[in-house]
Design a protein around this ligand. Structure first.
Ligand code: 2AL
Length: 237
């Protein structure tokens, strides 16, 4: 089985961190490949970043043959479009983390990077039908590309969040936090869910069960049409 993990930002260091976490959690024999697009934002922490990350992400997915795909950014950019495009199942890390957290307690707190990303996390909790489990979304106020080295700030934000939200599970709101999951869990003293791990194992289980995105309706391959200008290479054949 081959799983393609796409970090939709263009940071090579963050892609390496994500790749290590993804390979470490997958079952033996599962071939996990982690890449990032050659075009797009260095990190994704605004709606503008997110919108402009999607073409590069879709190009990565279109050019890679795999049994299943992970979108490794907590905004789950381009998730529905990727499902229309890919042959195998596609799972976003926010989706996988929030659904996993719902198994583990009465209510979870999401701890994200910058304050401005909180709204997107709430939107996704509603979209995935888990807003009833989401007790709060807070920020550690550290930019995406600095968060891996800022574990103390993330732990402090998690402690504040669980106290304020009265939650019993934490969801890490950035792929850049993946390497610190175990340490954060030990220091916070509650289950801490990392979406990279959750999404890799979710895709692995979907592939193992022989399940894929339904091609019957909304998620069928997109209709063929020309694309122009910079987007000409995205013309659907
Ligand atoms: C993220 C993430 O996971 N990757 C990225 O570039 N931005 N998430 C976030 N909350 O800022």
């Amino acid at each position: 089985m081959r799983i393609q993990v796409v970090n939709p930002n263009t940071s090579a260091a963050m892609t390496e961190t994500i790749g290590r976490a993804a390979a470490a959690i997958a079952a033996p024999g599962v071939d996990v490949r982690t890449t990032c697009p050659s075009m797009g934002p260095a990190s994704i922490e605004s709606h503008y970043d997110e919108a402009l990350s999607v073409p590069g992400l879709l190009a990565e997915i279109a050019s890679t043959r795999a049994d299943g795909y992970v979108i490794a950014c907590f905004g789950d950019p381009g998730l529905e479009a990727a499902r229309e495009l890919a042959d195998g199942p596609v799972v976003g890390i926010a989706e996988a983390a929030m659904r996993t957290a719902a198994f583990l307690g009465r209510g979870f707190s999401v701890v994200t990077t910058l304050d401005r990303t909180r709204g997107r996390a709430w939107d996704l909790a509603h979209r995935y039908g888990v807003a009833g489990f989401c007790r709060g979304v807070s920020a550690c106020d550290v930019p995406v590309l600095e968060v891996e080295a800022a574990v103390d700030a993330v732990v402090a934000a998690c402690r504040r969040a669980v106290a304020a939200d009265d939650s019993d599970v934490v969801v890490l709101g950035c792929a850049g936090m993946t390497a610190q999951r175990a340490e954060i869990e030990r220091r916070v003293g509650l289950p801490v869910v990392d979406g990279v791990q959750a999404a890799v194992l979710q895709v692995e289980s979907l592939v193992r069960m022989g399940l894929r995105t339904s091609g019957a309706g909304e998620f069928a391959a997109p209709p063929t049409k020309p694309y122009s200008g910079l987007l000409e290479p995205f013309t659907t054949a």
